[in-house]
Design a protein around this ligand. Structure first.
Ligand code: AMP
Ligand code: MG
Length: 480
């Protein structure tokens, strides 16, 4: 069966130095493991055709759909603070862009599709299947949590092995994004002093993501605002991205590159999972601060476009950056006051939230379950010493007494506090089973995570349970 992708490839119309045109490297024995039917429908793709051998061949990089113009995108980036002038897609290819059923332009990208002109020596251009399944599960969970994110259309096993710490089965992910343009894309051209390319990129990004934005400064302000909202939303679900390098910060404001990311179980502000984040650079509570650093790199890259003189450009960009702390504080306050059921705002509300978080940290309370249980008055059970919660609850009830519309409080709390998140140990269990050929745990998890604000069905209830000591996953890996 032929699969028709309604391609309209605008990135491929940008100057040649934006990418390297090349095809994917075929794999031995592709097998379609996961297909996202709702997303396929949204994109106007025929699910049956995607499931056919011809469709699977496309999702594995063994065949190209009509109209694809595969290319590896150029970008640079600061990784853990150090600048690499050339990173680029070393194991991914943009097949093209489709206009989806609601008229939105979406990138279709294969990740794990083989070596490219940007691959570093000694790398293989491939992805371990475990990392592919992980990104599929977690990115779709993010979407269901109403947090902007790249999506996952399909996960394919390649029938080949990749060499990492051991020989691991390989996989290819089909990733869907508003675009794959990163802070590092601007840095790539800025580092070369290529002002013409910066201008072309600016125009492309404004037309594509921020049509209201006025020039480079308008663009910078729009990215700052959308990233501030994004990081606040992450904090609200206990998400730790794990590798907030500037090449992993998307201009669209979507969450991108689910490597060593994880959702916290017990709340602690300093939580780090990534095996390579030794200094805790990307710890939970540091995310807003590290984002400011990344946005400052974007501002720096845009300077040549901001004003005639360097001094004036610097002043204008700094003024835009100075608004970030207020924006992120306001976004954080919106997210967390909503989590405790407030719709109006008083001066002490943020302190009320902070008090709860402090108590949760001291009491090793489960982040997700403590907030979720507010609606049933059962949060105290999540605390080592329930009285620590009771004291806070008295303050909270006094504050709630001044809220309108309290009859809707349980629904309000339910819609702000998910019952289920992709807990690390569940994700790992699902991956292990999938690699052994049993997709049932992954499917079950994906089904529950698709409706995270509903109460879990009794047979799914164990997905909300925090890990037992022996189930705890303390470290996550990049999967590169
Ligand atoms: P990531 O850690 O996935 O954000 O990737 C950082 C950079 O390393 C990007 O340029 C990737 O394309 C590249 N990279 C990661 N894994 C591989 C791989 N297995 N083969 C080639 N390049 C890779
Ligand atoms: Mg990356």
């Amino acid at each position: 069966m032929t699969v028709t992708f309604p391609f309209d490839n605008s990135y491929a119309r940008l100057p040649e130095r934006f990418y390297i045109r090349q095809g994917p490297v075929p794999v031995r024995a592709p097998e379609l493991l996961l297909l996202n039917l709702t997303l396929a429908e949204e994109l106007g793709l025929d699910a049956d055709a995607l499931r056919s051998p011809e469709g699977t061949a496309i999702l594995a990089g063994n065949a190209l759909p009509e109209g694809a113009e595969p290319l590896a995108q150029a970008y640079a980036g600061h990784q853990f603070g150090g600048f690499s002038p050339v990173l680029g897609d070393g194991r991914a290819l943009l097949l093209g862009e489709v206009i989806d059923r609601s008229g939105r332009r979406r990138d279709i990208q294969l990740k794990g599709s083989g070596l490219t002109g940007f691959s570093r020596p000694g790398s293989d251009g491939r992805a371990p299947l475990g990392a592919v399944i992980r990104e599929f599960i977690v990115s779709e969970a993010m979407h269901a949590l109403a947090i902007p994110t790249t999506r996952s259309l399909a996960a394919v096993a390649t029938g080949e092995h990749v060499r990492r710490e051991a020989l691991l089965p390989g996989g290819v992910l089909t990733r869907v994004a508003a675009s794959h343009i990163r802070v590092g894309t601007f840095q790539f051209f800025a580092a070369r002093g290529d002002v013409a390319a910066l201008e072309a990129l600016r125009d492309h990004v404004i037309a594509r993501h921020f049509p209201e934005a006025d020039g480079a400064i308008g663009l910078l302000e729009a990215v700052i605002a959308s990233q501030a909202r994004l990081v606040a939303a992450w904090m609200g679900v206990g998400f730790i991205h794990g590798v907030m390098n500037t090449d992993n910060t998307a201009i669209s404001g979507e969450t991108i590159d689910f490597g060593p990311c994880a959702f916290m179980d017990a709340f602690h502000p300093g939580t780090v999972y990534s095996s390579i984040d030794h200094g805790g650079r990307y710890a939970y509570m540091r995310q807003p601060e590290i984002l400011a650093w990344n946005l400052a790199q974007l501002a720096t890259a845009l300077l040549p476009l901001v004003a005639e003189t360097e001094e004036e450009a610097l002043e204008t960009a700094q003024a835009a950056m100075q608004r970030y702390p207020d924006l992120v504080r306001a976004a954080w306050a919106d997210v967390f006051t909503r989590k405790i059921g407030l719709t109006t705002r008083e001066d002490d509300d943020v302190a009320l939230v902070a008090d709860l978080l402090e108590r949760m940290a001291a009491q090793e309370a489960d982040f997700t379950n403590s907030f979720r249980a507010l609606k049933d008055g059962a949060s105290r059970d999540q605390f080592l010493e329930p009285e620590a919660f009771d004291q806070w609850e008295a303050r909270w009830r006094a504050r709630l007494a001044r809220e309108p519309g309290l009859e809707a409080l349980p629904e309000r709390l339910a819609s702000a506090n998910p019952a289920v998140i992709p807990r690390n140990h569940r994700v790992e269990q699902a991956i292990e089973a999938a690699i052994e050929g049993d997709l049932a745990p992954a499917s079950r998890l994906i089904t529950a995570l698709a409706r995270p604000f509903d109460d879990l069905a009794p047979d799914m209830a164990n997905l909300a349970r925090p890990p037992r000591t022996e189930e705890r996953v303390l470290q996550t890996f990049c999967g590169t």
